[in-house]
Design a protein around this ligand. Sequence first.
Ligand code: CMX
Length: 436
Amino acid sequence: MAKTLKQRLAEQIPALREERAALMRDHRDKVISQVTVEQAIGGMRGVKGMVCDTSVVEPDTGLVIRNIPIKDLTEAMPEEIFWLLLTGEKPTKEELAGFQKELKKAGKVPDYVWKVLKAMPKTSHPMVMLDTAILAMENESLFRKRYDKGMPKQDYWDPMLDDAIRILGTIHTIAAGVYRIRYKKGALIKPSPKLDWGADYCRMLGIDNPKLKKGEKFNKEDVYAMMRLYLVLHSDHEGGNVSANTCHTVGSALSDAYYAVSAGLNGLAGPLHGLANQECLGWILETMKKFNGAPTEKQLEDYAWETLKSGKVVPGYGHAVLRITDPRFDAFRAFGHKYMPNDPVFLTVDRVFNVVPKVLKEHGKAKDPWPNVDAGSGALLYYYGLKEFQYYTVLFSVSRAMGMLAQLVINRALGTPITRPKSVSTEWLKKQVLKV
Ligand code: CMX
């Protein structure tokens, strides 16, 4: 019989708790990682100091969600991915339909959120608007209401899941509203009772109904497919990246999901993290402007060197963990080759891929010279008429909310304690290295 997500999780949680309790009982003192001075100073790269079961990212494989490589999930619906992240299983057809209904039921955005958004400065960054809206919606938190009444610890995950579903049910509508308010696209478009999460997001953005020029063709299903792919590919990237780790830390203080997700998204808004997709398309368009159209590989090589010599990073390239071409970039590239092979922006992205890894290797600094997820996604959005690239990290956020929320629910189910690593002073470090 088809189960709800909450029923399925409720069945799984006792065994997960027992597994964690057994690890703590039988192996609590075993050493799993060491920390060097370089790691302590250098952003804790590679330090194994937290547990995350939703997905794993290894340098030579890239994102694997619950043992399934991301390349094998490119046809999945984003809603299926959330279920998979949480439970480790794909929902049945009936379960998926039931969950989609649940999301729709949770989909009313409170009027006060629209008022807040409309009152914000006309020049606000779309990420500031999204993060503010999520935080403003904290008033809806069932976790906080039940916590304030005195909820036992073993129940925390239950209203955390309700909050997660409420956030996922509304975030695409809010994000579409941010786009329409910020870029004066006209009246807000209400959610449809019929469309799935990704397709409805496109519709509410207003990008599934473009004004076509004579001779241009447009297929709604293609833009829906692009959006579903986008939402699947960005959904999670294990626990240590800035957004997931921030969300985890804030949630560990028992701040509810609205506080935690908004905080995580503030981290995603950094140019070294999710904002790289905005920067990346900006970089591509700069080259096209400079060279009057899709540049040659030689021109791109010169431009990449010019960027590096001016002390900037080439956005969309490099990664803190990966040491291969990001399989998420491969998936976007395959989509581009299928749907827009002759588009000049996509062609430039493709040419950059032929050139930049070689340049970065020669430059000799970046440990990973290969493209990450942000290198190609913008070209697809641009092609389908979403040209305001300051908005791109909002799309990343709608997707990444799934991973952050799944991690929050699991952590509350397992009673993960408040995060509190130990910092040391430079003085301590200097004394310590003399001893070793
Ligand atoms: N262009 C130029 N220099 C780069 C580079 C790039 N794309 N990637 C890394 N480097 C440089 C670093 O800035 C660093 O220089 P310094 O020693 O002067 O500080 C050096 O190479 C070593 O860095 P690293 O160990 O290879 O990379 P980090 O783990 O420190 O940083 C990342 C990873 C992603 C921040 C970095 O590769 C970068 O800035 N890339 C461009 C921005 C980007 O695409 N970010 C998106 C990542 C994916 C995401 O989170 O969405």
